[in-house]
Design a protein around this ligand. Structure first.
Ligand code: GAL
Length: 214
């Protein structure tokens, strides 16, 4: 139904490069990762530049596999320290690593009155990377964000930080019962970390230029 050479030529000409991300955590690393990469080396995007991003908690166990030309592998550690039951609660929100020290007027809430996420003020700036709680509460949060985003779409607006803006509005109206510190999702780019004794989960580098459609 298609001519593979036509597709290949087009992408080779435009020098497309492809990132393949894979999560290899715990036993899944031992059981699947080697075969996943070895077989990808035979079948996945041959002829193009390929980077495998392996997200793992056991960097030293990533198998060493000889890769073809213009193919490379980067290991990204996720979790670094205990992230345990102390983080559980009925409704859990994460304080954003970049804003926990800043005054409220610096918080990046949505400021467009046309958006459902619009807020004049709040108490914290939460990071949407992590949220949790009892099933009903998480469902309520997800529904709230979904409906807000849909209504915004109808009005042709998009909140400043997308789902995160709606999440901030939700937690302003329905206070979380547990706040987790930025330790639970720390950005290693922040040099000033006098308050942060342990990093538990860390941000992978953001590639907005590659990942954002607009
Ligand atoms: C950035 C982060 C975004 C968003 C934003 C809010 O540091 O990369 O995902 O949370 O802060 O201002």
């Amino acid at each position: 139904m298609f001519d593979p050479n036509l597709f290949d030529q087009k992408h080779i000409q435009s020098q497309s490069s492809v990132a393949l991300t894979v999560f290899a955590v715990g036993k899944y690393l031992d059981v699947y990762l080697g075969n996943f990469i070895t077989s990808a080396e035979k079948h996945f995007m041959l002829g193009l530049q390929v980077t495998y991003y392996v997200f793992t908690d056991q960097a030293d166990k990533v198998p060493i596999i000889e890769l073809g030309p213009r193919r490379s592998l980067k290991v990204i550690q996720e979790f670094k320290g205990r992230f345990g039951s102390e983080a559980l609660g009925d409704s859990v929100a994460l304080v954003h690593a970049w804003y926990y020290k800043l005054p409220k007027d610096k918080f990046t809430y949505d400021r467009n009155p046309k958006s459902k996420a619009y807020m004049e003020t709040g108490d914290y700036y939460y990071h949407a990377a992590i949220f949790g709680g009892l099933c009903d509460n998480v469902k309520d949060l997800a529904d709230y964000c979904f409906l807000g985003i849909m209504e915004d779409k109808l009005n042709n607006v998009e909140a400043l930080w997308h789902d995160e803006s709606h999440l901030n509005k939700y937690f302003w109206l329905h206070k979380p019962s547990r706040l987790v510190s930025p330790e639970y999702c720390w950005d290693p780019v922040i040099n000033e970390k006098r308050d942060i004794n342990v990093t538990r989960l860390i941000w992978a580098p953001k590639h907005y230029d590659k990942l954002r459609t607009r």
